[in-house]
Design a protein around this ligand. Structure first.
Ligand SMILES: Nc1ncnc2c1ncn2[C@@H]1O[C@H](COP(=O)(O)OP(=O)(O)OP(=O)(O)O)[C@@H](O)[C@H]1O
Ligand SMILES: [Mg+2]
Length: 235
């Protein structure tokens, strides 16, 4: 579904991503793991069409034009950005409406907004409340719900667990694992490697802009050369 070849992204003099190759097949949940500053968001934002890049990103066999965010969204690539990108001064409902702006089937889309409010009952309850009053976990649900309303084929989630309590993170990851059953393809950007590897099919490990390891989640979890520091101790 997605094929990245020789991706290179610069911010002025800084090269944030260099020579990255990455593939995502239809129906897979793939993780992009790495520490702060490794280049994870830069890759996610390049795929979404939010950054200029060199190299090639193909989606369903067609090359993506760098920076063509709206076109990519219409093609079926939705990004839930790091920090969620919720419009704090708008209501929950208004935030969800943002998710359907590229949809042509407006009446079906409006019905989908109602379904989303049922799917996430907490959002339904807070429908007319300001998004800023939601908890971190609830805001993440809102951001994901909004992205799903564009009916994406590929969902990019940039550190969705950031700032969430462990229990909330666990239920979020459980939800992401279930996206597979809906036929959704997911790129999950995370730092919490061990937890992430429990729900994804494959993963890429990024270090200072390069892929240093990739493989099946099972192989990576059992890889003795991957440090405890990377996997994080305990669970
Ligand atoms: N707008 C920007 N201008 C200049 N440098 C940037 C910009 N955004 C990111 N960078 C740099 O690019 C590199 C990769 O950043 P990126 O945000 O992609 O990392 P990340 O893996 O998502 O990190 P984190 O886990 O902290 O979100 C870092 O060195 C960062 O400082
Ligand atoms: Mg990031």
């Amino acid at each position: 579904m997605l094929a990245i070849k020789g991706l290179e992204v610069r911010y002025g003099a800084i090269t944030a991503v260099r020579g990255v190759d990455l593939e995502i097949r239809k129906g897979e949940i793939v993780a992009l793991l790495g520490a702060n500053g490794a280049g994870k968001s830069t890759i996610a934002r390049s795929i979404a069409g939010l950054l200029p890049f060199q190299g090639e990103i193909s989606f369903e066999g067609e090359k993506l034009t760098p920076g063509a965010a709206e076109k990519n969204l219409r093609r079926g690539i939705a990004l839930v950005p790091e920090g969620r990108g919720i419009l704090a001064r708008m209501t929950v409902y208004e935030n969800l409406l943002m998710g359907i702006y590229t949809r042509r089937d407006k009446s079906a889309a409006m019905a989908d907004v109602e379904k989303m409010l049922e799917r996430f009952p907490i959002l339904g309850k807070r429908r007319d409340g300001l998004a800023s009053l939601l908890s971190g976990g609830e805001q993440q649900m809102l951001a994901i719900g909004r992205a799903l309303l564009s009916k994406p084929k590929l969902l990019l989630l940039d550190e969705p667990s950031l700032g969430l309590a462990p229990l909330m993170t666990a239920s979020l990851f459980q939800m992401i694992a279930q996206f597979r059953d809906e036929g959704l393809t997911v790129l999950l950007v995370e730092q919490k490697a061990r937890q992430t590897l429990k729900i994804v099919d494959r993963a890429y490990l990024l270090e200072t802009g390069r892929v240093v390891t990739s493989g099946s989640a099972e192989a990576l979890i059992n890889d003795p050369t991957l440090s405890e520091a990377f996997l994080g101790g305990g669970h």
